[in-house]
Write a protein that binds this ligand. Structure first.
Ligand SMILES: Cc1cc2nc3c(=O)[nH]c(=O)nc-3n(C[C@H](O)[C@H](O)[C@H](O)COP(=O)(O)O)c2cc1C
Length: 209
């Protein structure tokens, strides 16, 4: 089913997936959004618990409030670099596209899912959250192969966002996602292009015991 040509193209998909903060002014078709969610739901999950909860943000007021919140949190984070050469560099980075992306989505983990019947989470309950991250990555790749970009925003106070979105108490925020067509394509992370952090040698991150 997966031949060498597919493997090569899949490799290109991985290389050209990007975290996107610059979006073109173009809507994402509803059928594509549905397809992305269908793909995300194919991700593996502990005990097959499928603990992901996707909250599509339809309200412009909520979008504005989230953008203001992230700007505020980012300004606070910038203070951590005060006095360092990285301070100006940090301020020059664009770290979210919340005001431009046509689609915003929050992803939560249901920390008490009925599905799965508790299988696998007695010793590592955090695997529920890992499962949600896998769903996000699946959605990310499914988007990219349709030419749609995704930006993961984490410079936020999860409790504040939880309160803004009024979701059940036993849901934990995993990610705030911006989804839309990227303004440009690249096979290099934007943080690498901007001189913040390049990819490092994989050999430094692989160990043997
Ligand atoms: C868990 C997670 C949180 C992230 N949070 C942010 C964020 O708040 N703002 C941002 O601009 N990028 C964020 N990113 C994107 C990373 O900066 C990006 O993945 C990394 O620089 C590598 O670039 P690439 O995804 O284009 O390969 C996040 C990525 C992950 C996986």
């Amino acid at each position: 089913m997966f031949d060498a040509d597919f493997a090569e193209r899949f490799n290109a998909l991985l290389r050209w997936r990007r975290d996107v903060r610059h979006f073109a002014p173009r809507a994402v078709a509803e059928a594509d959004m549905t397809a992305l969610l269908d793909c995300a739901a194919l991700a593996p999950s502990v005990g097959n618990a499928q603990p992901w909860r996707f909250v599509r943000l339809r309200s412009p007021a909520i979008g504005d409030a989230l953008a203001a919140h992230v700007d505020e949190q980012s300004a606070r984070a910038a203070q951590g670099y005060a006095g360092q050469t990285r301070h100006e560099h940090y301020l020059s980075l664009k770290l979210h596209g919340l005001r431009e992306a046509p689609e915003l989505m929050a992803v939560f983990c249901d920390d008490r899912p009925e599905a799965g019947h508790g299988l696998g989470i007695a010793t590592m309950p955090e695997t529920l959250r890992y499962s949600c991250v896998l769903a996000i990555h699946t959605l990310w790749l499914a988007a990219r192969l349709r030419g749609i970009g995704l930006g993961w925003v984490s410079i936020l106070d999860p409790e504040a966002v939880h309160a803004m979105l009024d979701v059940p108490a036993h849901w934990s925020l995993i990610a705030l996602l911006c989804i839309g067509y990227p303004a440009q394509e690249s096979n290099m992370p934007e943080l690498e292009q901007r001189g913040w952090q390049a990819r490092e040698p994989l050999a430094d991150r692989v160990f043997e015991r």
